[in-house]
Each structure stands twice: as structure tokens, then as C-alpha cells.
Design a protein around this ligand. Structure first.
Ligand code: SF4
Length: 346
């Protein structure tokens, strides 16, 4: 099974099914393909209107590629994405452009995502020009309105990116993403390049914008405390696959998959359990996505791995009698509960 369905597809604003993105590995003088990095290896989920789905995992787990492929900034190798009931792969270029107005991305690096030679107002206005939204006067008015909406001043439109701090630049990136009045935003690690003191401000801004504008987010991050603060549900990725998905509080308070427990136990604010808790001691490194382990791809790091884990890949299935909480682990019911990492609600 490649998809994790925890909501009725009829309710979904975004539906992803079996999405794959492989990057070729080439070697030699002729640059022959000798393998492929399986960055995204058959993921699926629904996102309901007005919902925030957090997507977490270590660096290299495929989170960002998943977000980019979902928006077709990368061409998928397999799988389908429906947005508001429309299959994006079947849209021609004009109709895809129309749908793109409704789906935008906030990038990780506010320094790299703004052209240093273009004034901020022009950068925010660019999506309006591309999509031919409004006349010149209306576009300028929208730029001023967006700057103020993200906590900056209309006067800032005439300045260049280098005149702003990192947090201000990310606000500019958010204003640019909002220019076409999208309904769905992929926020790709929007706080990871910022000072810790600024991160909460940006997360609060995203939260306020969601409430004011009725936005739907895919929030990609490796900071679990921020994911918990902003998300309604959370999906955990490991080596290109989703290994756990469920309501945010449920996953944080009762994580099922050993990898999720490891991630949660690594959050500094979370009290660690006793030293004998095997889940609190992550071991090994993320395996090579060009040569993933057989069976369960987490078996090389999992303290509970058995012979079955080394040969058979587990499917995402509901666990603990809760159909909305799924995990891909053969032994989720057998792993002792006293070895479960639990996290108090924030
Ligand atoms: Fe660990 Fe086996 Fe579960 Fe994979 S399937 S997470 S190796 S116990």
C-alpha cells in the first residue's frame, strides 16, 4: 500500500497517491545511469481544506522533494496528485498555470529565494504580472497590502533584499507566496534558516494567516515542536516513504513507529526516559536512498528488528484500533509500551 488515507477523499483539497520521484545516479565518461536515488518512493495522503499537515523526517528523508513534486515543480516519476478534485498530471499547460495560482510555495532559504538585484515590491508583484491579475494600479495596491499583512511597511517595497533581516526576508517570501491569493501553500522548512528567536514569530504569522485567509498548509520541517504547534495532523517520512501518519496530538503523545519515537525523543524540550529505553537511543545513520535496505528500510537502525523486518516491507496500517492513525511496522503491537516515548501536551 502506498497511500495513507485518513480522511474521505471527497473532503480532500489535496490528494496524493503513490507519488514517486527518483533522481538518476550517473557515472563514467558517458554519464551512464547506474542507479537512482529514491527521494520519494510511493507516498500518499489527503489534506482537507483548512488543515495543516506537518511533514517531518531527518534531512535526506525526501520531505522537500515530496513538496516540490506535489506542486509539479519536479516532474513525478509515478503517482498522481489531485487538487480540488482535478488530476494535475492531466491538465494542459494553460490549465496547470491557472491551478498554480491556487497553490504556492514558501521556500526554506529567504536569502536565496529573493533576487538581490530586484526591489522587494517588484519581487512580490511578479506573480501578479505572470498571472495577469489586476491592472498596474491594483497590483501596486496589492503589494502594499501584502507587505502590511506580513508585518512590514508599504514603504519597504522600494528597498532591496539585503536591507532586511532574515526574518523580514522570510516575511517578504510569504507575501510573495500570498500574492495570487492561493488556497494551498507548501511551506518547505520556512524557519530552519532563521535565528531561533525569530522562528516562533514566523510560525505565529503562518498560523494567523491560516486563520485569516482560510489557508491549507503542507508544513515541512524537522523541528518537531514547531510542527506540533502548527499542524492538525502529522506524517513522518523515512527514506522516501511515510512510516506514520495521524492526528498531531495522537502521534506526539502515543507514537507507534520506532522511528517516530526516536525523532520525538530527540526533541530537547521533551523529558528523556530512563537509559534502558531503547527508543531514546537512535543509532546509526540514515541509509543511502540510492541503495535502501531490504524489507523495512528502518531495520538497520531499529532496536526491535527481526528476520521478518529484514525481508518484508511493512505496509501502512491502522494501529491501536484507531483508523485515523497508521504506521508501517510489523511489530507495532508487540513493542513493549513501557518502551514507548510519551510527550506531554504543550
Ligand atoms: Fe523496526 Fe521491524 Fe518495525 Fe521496521 S518493521 S520499524 S525494523 S520493528
Amino acid at each position: 500500500m502506498t497511500a495513507a488515507r485518513t480522511s474521505d477523499a471527497r473532503e480532500a483539497l489535496v490528494r496524493v497517491d503513490g507519488l514517486k520521484k527518483y533522481f538518476p545516479v550517473r557515472r563514467g565518461f558517458l554519464r551512464r545511469q547506474v542507479g537512482a536515488i529514491r527521494a520519494v518512493d510511493g507516498i500518499g495522503f489527503d489534506i482537507r481544506p483548512g488543515e495543516t499537515l506537518g511533514l517531518v523526517g531527518e534531512s535526506g528523508s525526501g520531505k522537500s522533494t515530496a513538496g516540490r513534486t506535489l506542486l509539479r515543480l519536479e516532474e513525478p516519476d509515478a503517482g498522481r496528485v489531485w487538487f480540488d478534485g482535478r488530476d494535475l498530471a492531466r491538465l494542459d499547460a494553460d490549465r496547470l498555470k491557472d491551478e498554480r495560482r491556487r497553490m504556492q510555495m514558501i521556500f526554506q532559504d529567504p536569502y536565496a529565494s529573493l533576487n538581490p538585484r530586484i526591489r522587494v515590491g517588484k519581487a512580490i508583484r511578479e506573480p501578479l504580472d505572470i498571472h495577469e491579475i489586476g491592472d498596474a494600479h491594483a497590483r501596486d495596491a496589492t503589494v502594499c497590502e501584502l507587505l502590511e499583512r506580513v508585518g512590514l511597511n508599504a514603504d519597504h517595497a522600494t528597498r532591496y533584499p539585503h536591507e532586511f533581516s532574515g526574518g523580514q526576508r522570510q516575511r517578504i517570501g510569504i507575501a510573495r507566496a500570498l500574492a495570487t491569493r492561493p488556497e494551498f501553500i507548501v511551506a518547505d522548512e520556512p524557519i530552519s534558516a532563521l535565528d531561533v528567536s525569530i522562528q516562533a514569530q514566523i510560525v505565529n504569522l503562518l498560523s494567523d494567516l491560516k486563520a485569516e485567509l482560510g489557508l491549507t498548509y503542507l508544513f515541512i520541517a524537522h523541528d518537531l515542536s514547531m510542527v506540533r504547534h502548527l499542524s492538525d495532523r502529522v506524517a513522518v517520512m523515512y527514506l522516501g516513504r511515510i512510516v506514520e501518519l495521524g492526528d498531531c496530538d495522537r502521534v506526539f503523545e502515543r507514537p507507534l513507529h520506532p522511528y517516530t519515537r526516536t525523532l520525538i525523543s530527540a526533541v530537547p524540550a521533551v523529558p528523556r526516559r530512563a537509559p534502558e529505553d531503547r527508543c531514546s537511543r537512535p543509532s546509526g545513520r540514515l541509509a543511502n536512498p540510492a541503495d535502501p535496505p531490504s524489507g523495512c528500510s528502518f531495520h538497520t537502525r531499529c532496536p526491535f528488528a527481526t528476520a521478518l523486518c529484514r525481508t518484508v516491507s511493512p505496509e501502512l496500517v491502522p494501529a491501536s484500533g484507531d483508523a485515523s492513525h497508521v504506521a508501517a511496522c510489523h511489530h507495532v503491537e508487540q513493542i513493549p509500551r513501557d518502551e514507548m516515548e510519551t510527550v506531554p501536551a504543550s
